[in-house]
Design a protein around this ligand. Structure first.
Ligand SMILES: Cc1ncc(COP(=O)(O)O)c(C=O)c1O
Length: 345
């Protein structure tokens, strides 16, 4: 028996396990040595994902973190600067990789989740030259993880594109959950793709694949990305088994994300009366702001665990619930019941 059999696990959408159909696709995948670019399933996945975003090429990577860090190395030379928000995954959860591997200097705008003011970003850009660290790229996160699954509006992204063009900067998207934004706002993936120089997109979050992300960009950038991936130890061999899981996820698990969004909305509605701010929920993440609640986040998480519900603690007074395909409607109702009971007490 595993954690997921016994407990309701809403810590993350990464906890899902491959479905029977996905396992079948993996078991029957055609494979080859992908370091020789000879794995047909990987090659097809890369072409499919590039086409979805309207770009020339894509590269399969083991993790979202590696896909982000490969992309950042493509657009920011060592010593130069990346701008992103203070809560961005690339500077919060990737263990200093941009600095450690890419020699990249990062500067952040205050954490505002998906509510970015392009004027603030424009005001931070430092020009090329001799006296200050030159800014080379802007990174945004769609949807925003620590920003409660918020969706950056298309209009904001277009304004950021204009800022990038005006200052000759690259624009990168950490699109680990860009599929959720696509489903929530109905923006075609290619429309998002057209706004960015590079994207990283994950198959192993809400889409339910066990492993896998892709870097998306021009043919020239992706040729370079292949080199950077190998340098980072991410060259893989008969990895078509995993690419097959990703292809299956893209074919079967994108449109169903709307169900996860509905589950998150139900949870948010259930906790709202107990002073827990969850009003901004747009996708599959429910942030719990416990600032005004007698229970702090670790205490709530411990009490929930004792009742069979796992939630994430993001800070002393911030907790997080994430809905996903392995959390049934019945489990969501149970989770809502447990949380409201604990929060009411
Ligand atoms: C927004 C975002 N970007 C990147 C990642 C990194 O993905 P991985 O855990 O595959 O490295 C995550 C992981 O949860 C994420 O939430």
């Amino acid at each position: 028996m595993t954690v997921a059999d016994e407990l309701i696990d809403l810590r993350s959408d990464t906890v899902t396990r491959p479905t029977a159909g996905m396992r079948e696709a993996m078991a029957t995948a055609e494979v080859g040595d992908d370091v020789y670019a000879e794995d047909p399933t990987v090659t097809v996945l890369e072409a499919e994902v590039a086409a979805l975003f309207g770009h020339e090429a894509a590269l399969f990577a083991p993790t979202g973190s590696m896909a982000n860090q490969i992309a950042l190395q493509l657009v920011v030379p060592p010593g130069d600067e990346l701008l992103c928000d203070a809560d961005a995954h690339v500077v919060t959860y990737e263990i200093g990789a941009a600095a450690a591997y890419g020699g990249i200097s990062s500067r952040t705008w205050p954490a505002v989740g998906a509510e970015i003011d392009p004027e603030v970003v424009a005001g931070m850009v430092r020009p090329d030259g001799y006296f200050a660290v030159p800014t080379r790229a802007i990174a945004v996160e769609q949807t925003h993880n620590r920003g409660g699954g918020g969706v950056i509006p298309l209009a904001t992204l277009r304004q950021l594109r204009r800022v990038a063009d005006e200052h000759r900067l690259a624009l990168h998207c950490d699109g680990a959950r860009i599929w959720h934004a696509h489903v929530a706002d109905g923006v075609p993936l290619a429309e998002y793709g057209a706004l960015f120089d590079t994207l990283s997109v994950c198959l192993s979050k809400g889409l339910g694949a066990p492993v896998g992300s892709l870097v998306v960009g021009s043919a020239e950038k992706i040729a370079r990305a292949r080199f950077v991936r190998k340098r980072m130890g991410g060259g893989m061999r008969q990895v078509g088994i995993l690419a097959a899981a990703g292809r299956y996820a893209l074919a079967h698990h994108v449109e169903r994300l709307a169900e996860d969004h509905a589950k998150a909305a139900r949870l948010a509605e259930a906790v709202a009366p107990y002073g827990v701010l969850a009003t901004v929920v747009r996708t599959n993440i429910v942030p719990l702001d416990l600032t005004k609640h007698p229970l702090d986040a670790p205490a709530l998480a411990a009490a929930a665990r004792a009742e069979g519900l796992l939630i994430s603690v993001l800070g002393p007074r911030t907790a997080r619930l994430v809905t996903h395909m392995d959390a049934s409607d019945g489990q969501i109702d149970q989770a809502a019941e447990i949380l409201t009971r604990l929060l009411r007490a």
